[in-house]
Design a protein around this ligand. Structure first.
Ligand code: URA
Ligand code: SF4
Length: 276
């Protein structure tokens, strides 16, 4: 069933109070999300959660002008990075399927490589497969995935069309625990090679594990939201993990702000429309 735009925004907890503002100076249309009342939705099943402190969102003044934080591309994967550096997409996928570089290989049903358009504008990166993903071999197919799909739909996007979805680690951490730093370091070369081959125009980091894997940063998500990071020349932005949002529904409005911010970063790269 496909939802109307209004239904989707309601699902994301941001309807009916987000509005289109009149153009500001030369900044074009700016959409604005306001923190809504907590919607009366039932509490969802427990899911792998990336904890993040509850802090007030950065004000517009704090976020403008957009700061750019450059991040060195430094894989700590040692031998693995050398091994994957020259691989093409099918070879990389095969290497991940057969990988035994960390102990997460022991309890997985299968490695979950990623899914989507191989020429994407958007790359969304999560933490690691959960139980559903481990069975189905595709990222974000459980409850958190449904919310991610709704978030994509609210942006008029769909997985597979200009969107690729991947995870910081490719194998399910037992009991949905957070991946350990050593596991993320072992898996990082695959993610880095995926990014190098996909060449997305914007990277959206969903939760702390993805931030740690890509930006090598352990600061709070709240302090990193609304900033433009730079990964190998690609803009990267930070937001909350969908599983966290399922348990903290009022935070959905902040995630929506983050997605609009990401879209602005993406659109800023597009050539201006000709005036005729
Ligand atoms: N959570 C994640 O981070 N990734 C998935 O693929 C599913 C849930
Ligand atoms: Fe290999 Fe990554 Fe799976 Fe560890 S999580 S076994 S490094 S594919």
């Amino acid at each position: 069933m496909s939802l109307t735009r209004e239904q989707m925004l309601r699902e994301m907890g941001i309807s009916p109070i987000w509005t289109l503002r009149a153009p500001q100076q030369d900044a074009g249309m700016v959409e604005e999300a306001t923190v809504p009342e907590a919607p009366a939705e039932p509490r969802s099943e427990p899911l792998a959660v990336v904890a993040a402190p509850l802090e007030a969102p950065a004000t517009q003044a704090e976020r403008d002008p957009v700061p750019v934080v450059a991040v060195p591309v430094t894989s700590q994967g040692g031998a693995a990075i050398t091994a994957v550096a020259g691989l093409d997409w099918p070879a990389l996928s095969n290497a991940v399927a057969a990988c035994r570089a960390c102990s997460l290989c022991q309890q997985r049903k299968q490695a979950v490589f990623g899914v989507g358009d191989l020429n994407p504008d958007w790359l969304f990166i999560g933490e690691g497969p959960g139980a559903d993903e481990d069975v189905q071999g595709e990222p974000f197919v459980g409850q958190a995935g449904k919310l991610l799909d709704n978030m994509l739909q609210a942006l008029d996007l769909r997985r597979g069309e200009k969107v690729y979805i991947a995870n910081a680690v490719k194998c399910r951490p037992p009991g949905n625990r957070t991946p350990e730093a050593a596991e993320m370091a072992a898996c990082r070369p695959y993610l880095e090679r995926q990014i190098a081959l996909l060449k997305p125009k914007i990277i959206v980091l969903l939760g702390k594990a993805a931030v740690h894997a890509v930006l090598h940063d352990d600061k709070s998500l709240a302090s990193m939201r609304g900033k433009r990071f730079d990964y190998a020349g690609i803009p990267a932005v930070v937001t909350y993990h969908p599983a966290y949002l399922l348990r903290n529904l009022p935070e959905k409005a902040k995630a929506w702000e983050d997605l609009l911010f990401a879209r602005r970063m993406l659109r800023a790269q597009e050539p201006a429309e000709l005036p005729f």
